[in-house]
Design a protein around this ligand. Structure first.
Ligand code: ZN
Length: 501
């Protein structure tokens, strides 16, 4: 295994450069002063270019081919065979793109992100427009370098979800759309749920204490992680023993910080559950693992657990005590219903489960049109509003409530949004499997015990790092590819009961 060892060492170096990148990115989001963006862009660009160099060197390519021969007899899910397979996939993709372009693209994106932040604060799309046009230009160039059969959008999607095409995702969405639009139309006819209790003043420190208490009980280990504040919540894995979460606090609304923290803690438990053999290797590049698989794990804890009746049986008395007297007039059932209020509103990250995937479909369709040149950036705000009107029956009152709300496009995350929607689908698909294996999971959750669920997720999903694509993992765990049946049944059953449909 001489060549395998050389390759593994080279890939570990590439991984360590990524770790430096993430630490700088974490700092950018949590600590960096506002004028630091230009210097940080240069720094991040260099780190990306150096990593790209390591992956695409001739000797690395040679080691990959020889290591493939050395590991040919090993099972495909073994560490060594997986490392070589993923290295070959990533190197084959990277070698098509010049290193200088990778560095320049990274700089462009870091700066565009900064422009977006200011434009959003000013609620002014025109201020962001040239930067977004620059992002689209450079992403189209990237797609040309990567190559594609007929749709350049497929090339960009492949970065986040290898093997998945716009046609495949479009078909999944086409099947979901009529079911979801019928569901939200039916929900809109029902009397509204009383959720005023969630819209009171909640001191930030109390919110933080409650989020720490619940996420730790769920199993996020704070000796191996921390929770900070950022405008755009995220989770980063520096190592399996150093996982950084952030959330944001709204003084007058319970949901954003709490469910945001559960979401990121879901990512965090996933990251802390990577196998020890995976830790520090090329297979632990969490940012590069399947976006759909990653989101399935955050959604599991945020929604399937955190918005379940069983969860609030355990958590509500704690919430009542901690936030006293704010929830005095409420009971467990009222809390469960309140946190599941279905509302057609403008902001994706605050969307309830019944509307969430529709928010993604809108973005997915617009991205596809932008990348294919069927839609110009100048026409994007109108196109956004028209699609929003068609799906939700209203028009966003401002750019920051509409087309400017998400950070993703400014950072070059074009072709990534569908990962959130597929994450919802996979979460339901995996959870159904977990319940079949352990029918007592809801009873345990109602007692504040999460070990059985977390243990099952660790064994079936967490420990593998990024060995598998979303489709491979779905087949391995559930016996079928990405499939909406469990997800749609879950939504219909849950909201049908809450709203008495
Ligand atoms: Zn997430």
């Amino acid at each position: 295994m001489d060549n395998f060892d050389l390759l593994a060492a080279r890939l570990a170096d590439a991984h360590q450069l990524n770790v430096a990148y993430w630490l700088a990115e974490w700092d950018q989001n949590v600590n960096m002063p506002p004028e630091g963006a230009a210097a940080r862009a240069a720094h991040l660009g260099t780190l990306r270019r150096l990593r790209h160099d390591l992956l695409t060197r001739d000797e690395t390519r040679t080691w990959i081919e020889r290591a493939a021969a050395e590991t040919a007899e090993l099972p495909t899910d073994s560490f060594a065979a997986s490392l070589v397979r993923i290295a070959r996939r990533d190197s084959d993709a990277a070698v098509r793109i010049p290193s200088a372009f990778v560095g320049a693209m990274t700089q462009t994106l870091v700066l565009a992100r900064d422009v977006w932040e200011r434009a959003k604060a000013a609620d002014n799309f025109a201020q962001f427009r040239p930067a977004l046009e620059g992002v689209l230009d450079i992403k189209r160039q990237e797609a040309d370098y990567i190559g594609y059969e007929s749709n350049p959008f497929d090339a960009l999607m492949g970065k986040w979800e290898p093997g998945l095409t716009a046609a495949h995702v479009g078909a999944i969405f086409d099947a979901q759309r009529p079911v979801l639009t019928a569901l939200i139309a039916a929900l809109a006819e029902r009397p509204p749920i009383a959720d005023a209790a969630l819209h009171q003043s909640f001191p930030m420190e109390l919110q933080r204490q409650f989020a720490l208490f619940v996420s730790e009980r769920m199993g996020f280990d704070y000796r191996r992680g921390r929770l900070d504040i950022s405008a755009h919540p995220f989770a980063l894995q520096i190592a399996r023993d150093d996982v950084r979460l952030t959330t944001r606090y709204a003084e007058n609304f319970f949901n954003p910080a709490f469910f945001g923290a559960l979401h990121e803690a879901g990512h965090g438990m996933h990251a802390q559950g990577f196998g020890r053999d995976i830790d520090g290797t090329f297979l632990s590049d969490m940012e590069l693992s399947s976006q759909a698989v990653a989101e399935s794990q955050s959604r599991t804890w945020e929604n399937l657990v955190g918005r379940s009746r069983a969860f609030w049986e355990w958590a509500f008395p704690h919430a009542q005590r901690m936030f006293a007297p704010r929830f005095d007039g409420m009971d467990t059932d009222g809390m469960y219903r309140a946190v599941n209020t279905a509302r057609r509103q403008f902001i994706r990250v605050e969307a309830d489960e019944s509307t969430y995937n529709l928010h993604i479909m809108l973005r997915f369709e617009l991205e596809n049109e932008l990348v294919n040149g069927r839609l110009s950036v100048a026409d994007l705000p109108d196109a956004w509003n028209a699609k929003f009107q068609a799906l939700f029956g209203s028009t966003p009152p401002s750019a920051k409530m509409g087309v400017l709300q998400d950070i993703h496009w400014s950072m070059g995350g074009i072709g990534a949004f569908h990962g959130y929607a597929l994450g919802n689908v996979l979460a339901a698909q995996f959870y159904a499997q977990a319940l079949a294996a352990h029918p007592t999971i809801p009873d345990q959750i109602a007692r504040g015990q999460f070990d059985t669920l977390r243990g099952w997720l660790t064994d079936t999903i967490y420990q593998h790092g990024r060995k598998f694509t979303a489709d491979e993992l779905a087949r391995r765990v559930t016996g079928k590819g990405i499939d909406s049946a469990d997800y749609l049944a879950y939504l219909q059953t849950k909201f049908g009961a809450i709203y008495d449909l």
